[in-house]
Design a protein around this ligand. Structure first.
Ligand code: ZN
Length: 254
C-alpha cells in the first residue's frame, strides 16, 4: 500500500503483527482478543442485562462493506428511526449503552475465524455487537462464538440473512438494507459470560473497551460462511494477544 492512502485503510488481515507500526495502541498491554482460560477466571454475579424494546423487534439496518468487514448499523433517517432507541443497561456496566454496529469475523475454514479463544479452542466465526455510552465515550462489545450447524435447518436464520446479504456486497462501500431482530441475532443465555477489559480488535486498537464474551454458541451453516469466504474475503480476524496482568471474570447463574 502507498503512504498516500488514508491511515484508516493502512492495515489488512495478512499481517496483523504490523498494525502497531501505524497504530501504536496495537502494541499495548491490554489488547483484544485473548485466549480465555476458564479455570483462571474470577466468579462474579453481575446484575441482569436490560435492553430497550427495540432489541426485541424487527428493525431496519444497513449493511456496509467497509473494506475490512461487513458492518451493520441502524438505517437512520428511515421510517423516523432514532439511533438512540436501541440500548442496554446493567450487566455490571455503568450507564446506558447505545448500539453502534454489529459485524462478523470469520476464517478460511471452520478451524479458524473466531477472535477470542476459550481454553485454546477456536471457533469458525465470532460476532461483535458494539455499544457506546454516549456520556463518557465508554465502549462495550458483546461477543458470540459460532459452531457449525449439524443440519441446514438448524442454522440461526437471522444470521443466514446476514450472510446472504453481506455476501452480495462485493465492492468497498457497497450497502444494502435488511431487517434484523437483535434478540434473535444475540440468541444466548444472557447470564453466562466472561468479562474483561481490552481493546478494539481492529486498528486503531484503542484500549479501555469492556468485553462481554457469551458462553452459548450460535449455530451457523458452513455454506453460509463459505458464501462470505468466496465472495467477500477469506479471513477477517486478529490472533489472540497477551493477557498480561488482566483479571478475567465469569458471570454465572450459580
Ligand atoms: Zn469485531
Amino acid at each position: 500500500m502507498s503512504c498516500t492512502e488514508e491511515s484508516s485503510d493502512y492495515w489488512d488481515y495478512d499481517d496483523p503483527s504490523a498494525w502497531s507500526k501505524h497504530f501504536p495502541s496495537a502494541a499495548g498491554l491490554c489488547q483484544s482478543p485473548i485466549n480465555i482460560i476458564s479455570n483462571d477466571t474470577a466468579l462474579e454475579s453481575y446484575p441482569l442485562l436490560i435492553f430497550s424494546s427495540k432489541y426485541n423487534s424487527n428493525e431496519l439496518f444497513t449493511l456496509t462493506n467497509n473494506g475490512h468487514q461487513v458492518a451493520v448499523t441502524l438505517a437512520q433517517h428511515t421510517y423516523g428511526q432514532n439511533e438512540n432507541d436501541l440500548w442496554f443497561t446493567g450487566g455490571g456496566l455503568t450507564g446506558q449503552f447505545y448500539f453502534v454496529n454489529f459485524h462478523l469475523h470469520w476464517g478460511r475454514n471452520d478451524r479458524h475465524g473466531s477472535e477470542h479463544e476459550i481454553d485454546g479452542e477456536r471457533f469458525p466465526a465470532e460476532a461483535h455487537f458494539v455499544f457506546k455510552n454516549q456520556q463518557n465515550g465508554q465502549l462495550a462489545v458483546f461477543a458470540f462464538h459460532f459452531i457449525i450447524a449439524d443440519q441446514w435447518d438448524d442454522e440461526n436464520t437471522e444470521w443466514e440473512k446476514y450472510t446472504d446479504a453481506a455476501s452480495q456486497l462485493l465492492n468497498v462501500n457497497d450497502t444494502m438494507n435488511c431487517t434484523f431482530n437483535l434478540s434473535q441475532l444475540m440468541k444466548a443465555n444472557e447470564r453466562e459470560f466472561f468479562r474483561y477489559t481490552g481493546s478494539l480488535t481492529t486498528p486503531p486498537c484503542t484500549e479501555g473497551v469492556v468485553w462481554t464474551v457469551f458462553m452459548d454458541k450460535i449455530p451457523i451453516a458452513e455454506q453460509s460462511l463459505n458464501q462470505l469466504r468466496q465472495n467477500i474475503t477469506k479471513k477477517v480476524y486478529r490472533p489472540v494477544q497477551s493477557i498480561n496482568n488482566r483479571t478475567i471474570s465469569r458471570n454465572s447463574l450459580d
